[in-house]
Design a binder for this molecule. Structure first.
Ligand code: GDP
Length: 195
């Protein structure tokens, strides 16, 4: 997949700022630091369309990108960040609830998890959200370059069980380092957007 135009649109803090829902939309969810920005950059072959950083992002803003005239890509803020206050967490949960329940053009959600670790409670909650709102989703298990091939099945199985998935094929191993899974991720996106 060769993408020419990716444009950062807006960090939306309220639904009024979301772009008009006139393109399909793909949401990327995952905890801070899991590798969401690196995933975006790898997918579009750029160094820093999405800024990578080890600091927690703002918990209540949705970062919107437009990919060609094809779809919106939305970076949903990281969750489960220990230093966030209870009030912040509640606001964040509310924002997610209204986003996932009400965004008419939302076509696919990608849940980014760390290939090395068992899914967290927040990963499980996010998957339950997708089930509840009937949002098609796929799990991207990133940082595969950090796991020996001989251990892959064990990690895939832990993610499959931990998220209570229907099929292990809902997990795509991915690495921003080696670009493992990049083509397959585009195939998934292409197929879902083609309807
Ligand atoms: P975000 O907070 O979810 O956007 O995470 P980032 O994309 O900023 O990544 C967090 C850290 O993990 C950075 O230091 C990245 O370089 C690193 N990282 C992200 N993806 C990978 C990967 O596939 N492999 C390895 N080895 N490191 C990665």
């Amino acid at each position: 997949m060769h993408i020419q135009n990716v444009e950062f649109l807006i960090s939306a803090v309220s639904p009024q700022q979301y772009p008009e829902p006139n393109l399909p939309e793909i949401a990327l969810a995952g905890r801070s630091n899991v590798g969401k920005s690196s995933f975006i950059n790898t997918m579009v072959n750029r160094k820093k369309i999405a800024r990578t950083s080890s600091k927690p992002g703002k918990t209540q803003q949705l970062n919107y990108y437009q990919v060609e005239d094809w779809f919106y890509l939305v970076d949903v803020p990281g969750y489960g960040y220990a230093k966030v206050s209870k009030t912040e967490k509640a606001k964040w949960a509310q924002m997610l609830e209204s986003y996932f329940s009400g965004r008419s053009n939302l076509t696919l959600a990608l849940l980014i998890v760390d290939f090395r670790h068992d899914p967290s409670k927040d990963d499980q909650a996010m998957k339950a959200f997708f089930d509840h709102y009937n949002i098609p989703y796929f799990v991207i298990a990133t940082k595969t370059d950090k796991v020996k091939k001989s251990q892959w099945n064990k990690h895939l199985s832990a993610i499959y069980k931990g998220l209570d998935l229907e099929s292990i094929d809902q997990i795509l191993p991915f690495s921003a380092e080696t670009k493992e899974g990049r083509e397959e991720a585009w195939e998934i996106i292409d197929a879902v957007l083609a309807g």
